[in-house]
Design a protein. Structure first.
Length: 534
């Protein structure tokens, strides 16, 4: 029936994206009262089990397929090998191949069929290499786990030889998961240094890559960066907690990362995902005895990034589990190494439109310098969003410095230096800082007077609960601390002070995120500053 439909009016020749699924109908069992359908008679059941699909006769009517998706075929099914043979013979224009992920319910059966599937895959890749130069996308989410080193070397050796034009090697995406504290993926390459160097020298057409599959060390940074990847636009730097390799602080450095970045001149999106290490994590994950030191992403790294990657559009440096790691009793502490020097390099990046960095040690002068000089480099940007999360103890000084200096300008000078693009700058701190409500009201009045046309607006957001103004029992305090705590508690009850956890400077509502935009749009349109208490 399928073959007849493909033959009719040559419909099969128009198929370019083909997805094949092999499923089994649910049979009713005597103990399953909710099962639908009837159990077939013995003769019919025997006929169904004895059927064998001749895939060559079907796929020969689809010679123009460019993307073949086999995720619907179980990895343990014997038809998977026949499909690879038939597709590589009849569909010579295939550019993307997506294989299925191992089903944990049939893990043993899939493991037994893995060598057979890998042999068929290599044969298919060789045919496509001879016919069209090799695949551009290869998704292999599951491989044999008995000998990871040998299978990883064999797999990457086949890829670098048979897929020299490869752009996407993204099997890790099928099992990638970001938990509340850690990054995990079933896919990892336990390759030797020689195979990794050969892979980096051969597959220079990569468009995206994630470090979740290889060790976070200079031995892997240097070969990747020393062979230029002119098409690479997306890069992720992180650590896979399910991988068998470990993190060693003496095996990676800022210099190695700078070499890696230098080999990606067309980079547009950089995502750095770090994790915090808890004492209990070493019991659950024995291979995790260290974490990636965030200090390697310092000012020198930002200088190299903006120098070698002029096409950079988005930069994200985030840390999973930062809230839980900062609890009392944790032995983990983060030293902020991103200062005004590194931020000044980011301001000079001509196409950088989105910045999201956690744990920044910036000053008010850095924010003001960007508002004065950094905007001139944004002529090719339609919108710019900057988020600095967890400023820590510097949050109060930065907010006071920014608002105080912006409120002292003249109306005429602000109209002459008006920002022409939609812009939002968000500064936040988990613990926040206590401000007098009267001072915030003064800033509101000053902004209303200076920025009459709404050239620049601000919104401050209070924290839901002030944990430090209450009188805690069972804590040791000095006499001065007790007096200050009582004063803050009375002022908090009267509403004279507010603990602010976030400051947002913006020029247009369209530059805000959905949450802040919703809050601002629900308020009056005649003001240009807001004090939001949650």
């Amino acid at each position: 029936m399928i073959q007849n439909n493909l033959q009719k009016d040559n419909k099969g020749f128009a198929v370019e994206d083909l997805r094949i699924a092999i499923t089994s109908e649910k049979r009713a069992r005597w103990w399953d009262l909710d099962a639908q359908g009837q159990t077939p008679p013995p003769d019919q059941a025997g006929t169904e089990l004895s059927q064998w699909v001749e895939w060559r006769k079907i796929l020969q009517w689809c010679p123009n397929v460019r993307r073949l998706d086999l995720t619907g075929v179980p990895l343990h099914h014997l038809a998977l090998g026949d499909l690879l043979d038939a597709a590589s013979t009849c569909c010579s224009h295939v550019e993307a191949l997506i294989l299925p992920k191992k089903d944990q319910l049939y893990a043993d059966a899939a493991e037994g069929n893995m060598d057979f599937v890998f042999a068929k895959l290599c044969s298919a890749l060789e045919r496509w290499r001879e016919a069209s130069g090799g695949l551009r996308q290869l998704t292999v989410p599951s491989r044999s786990e008995f000998d990871r080193e040998a299978t990883s070397d064999a797999f990457l050796s086949a890829v670098l030889k048979l897929c020299p034009k490869l752009e996407y090697l993204d099997g890790w995406k099928r099992s990638y998961h970001e938990g509340t504290r850690l990054v995990a993926s079933d896919e990892s390459f336990c390759v030797s240094r020689q195979v990794w160097k050969a892979f980096c020298n051969s597959c220079v057409a990569l468009r995206e890559f994630s470090w979740v599959v290889v060790p976070f060390s200079n031995e892997f940074f240097l070969p990747f960066g020393q062979t230029t990847k002119p098409l690479l636009t997306r890069l992720q730097l992180t650590y896979n907690t399910r991988a068998p390799f470990r993190i060693r602080r003496n095996e990676y450095s800022t210099g190695g990362l700078n070499v890696l970045i230098a080999g990606c001149p067309a980079l547009e999106h950089l995502d750095v995902v770090l994790h915090r290490l808890q004492p209990c994590d070493t019991l659950i994950y024995p291979q995790i005895d260290e974490m990636i030191d965030p200090n390697v992403f310092n000012d020198d790294f930002f200088l190299a990034l903006t120098t070698h990657c002029p096409e950079l559009h988005s930069l994200r440096i985030r840390e999973l589990g930062s809230l839980s790691a900062s609890r009392k009793g944790s032995s983990v502490s983060t030293v902020n190494t991103v200062t005004d020097r590194g931020l000044a390099a980011l301001w000079r990046s001509p196409k950088l439109s989105h910045i999201d960095i956690q744990d920044v040690r910036c000053s008010a002068d850095a924010i003001l310098d960007f508002l004065k000089t950094g905007i001139s480099n944004c002529r090719t940007i339609t919108i710019r969003s900057i988020q600095f999360q967890e400023l820590g103890a510097h949050f109060g000084d930065v907010v006071q410095g920014v608002l105080s200096k912006l409120s002292k300008g003249s109306n005429q000078s602000q109209e002459d230096n008006a920002i022409k693009i939609p812009l939002s700058i968000s500064l936040s701190s988990r613990r926040g800082y206590v401000f007098e409500r009267s001072w915030l009201s003064e800033m509101q009045a000053a902004f209303q007077k200076i920025y009459r046309k709404g050239q620049l607006r601000f919104a401050v957001f209070g924290l839901k609960k002030d944990k430090d103004t209450g009188l805690r029992s069972g804590t040791s305090r000095s006499v001065e601390q007790e007096v200050i705590a009582k004063i803050l508690a009375r002022a908090w009850i009267k509403g004279d002070v507010l603990r602010i956890g976030r400051l947002v400077l913006y020029t247009c509502v369209s530059a805000l995120d959905k949450r802040v935009r919703k809050v601002v749009e629900n308020r009056s349109n005649h003001a240009n500053s807001w004090i939001v208490t949650q």
